[in-house]
Design a protein around this ligand. Sequence first.
Ligand code: AOF
Ligand code: ZN
Length: 361
Amino acid sequence: MRAAVRLAARGHGGAEPNPLVGCILTNPTGAVIARGWHDRCGGPHAEAVALAVAGERAKQSTVYCTLEPCAHHGRTPPCADALIAAQVSRVVYGSSDPNVIASAGAARLAAAGIVVEQLECDEVRVLNGPFIHRIRTGLPWITTKWAITLDGRITTGDGGPRWITGESSRKLVHRERGRVDVMLTGIGTLLADDPDLRPRGVRARRMPRRVVIDKQLQMSESCRLLKTVNDSPVELIVFPEVIEQQSEKISRLRALGVRIEPLERGDDGMLILRPLLLRLGREGMSNVLVESGGGVNGELFNERLVNEVWVFQAGIVVGDGRGVGPIRGLAMPAALPPSTRCVAIDRVGDDLVSRWLVERA
Ligand code: AOF
Ligand code: ZN
């Protein structure tokens, strides 16, 4: 099952908004006879890929798949039916399919006399977290990424180096930019760094939309984002009143192709990010990568919207009174997630990269 999870991950950036799914077929002695993964939304499902590789050898095989095989005619025919037709003898699946349209494959397989077992290991839960989260809540999966010095600052202060992490870490981030649907940042980062936020130097599997929380519309009209608006869409989120107050700037930006949307207010009149993220979910966005400073991170944590944190740490020390931290304005203790756990650590170049899942009851 862990090997099937690793296969599934190869589809990241191509498969979404569909789930990442991996599938392995073994013969009665336990030897692997075929592998498959869901590589592209609209393309064949993992089971169909593996069955095609196995051909006749699929008969009497055991099938390990990370998600319950589907039972619906969607863009492709039901995997449960294909497994029954191929006469496999046993199906071991990871998570149940939370998508009601496609689910019930396990019951159909069992009704056809196939041995069906569920094996939901930790790796499977981590893999399927984003898909299950979006089906259940309508929200995209929010990963916030920051780079810190050894002493925990995201900036080095006057005269310090511009980059905290090394080349290899930055490459890893660019690869991820080319797999997510949205890059999210705030006006503070835009004014301080003038970032481009597109994937560069890697083969991007999708081009993210760049969304900037710019409540007062302070964006410079000569910033780098605007120079590439035709390559990767730019969306600004502003206070509703700003659309009237700065109507000329708004018109110029819209003429360039920038989308401008008002920040919505919650029931208590407070401006909140949740409606923005729900809208992005409705627009088909599965993964949001946040590359921002403390302001946006603080708001996301306060609203409990963060699902995953990637921390890049480099061997730079800035010392007392210089630099700032990655989260600002945290309303303690309400914003403290009940449990946040480390799911991966890697050394990338000279940096340490850790990945954390924010889990809620
Ligand atoms: C599987 N194996 O590899 C995948 C499954 O858009 P469609 O028609 O391809 O259907 C997508 C739905 O099918 C998706 O929401 C999920 O419920 C299931 N995905 N199922 O057996 C796969 N990708
Ligand atoms: Zn399927």
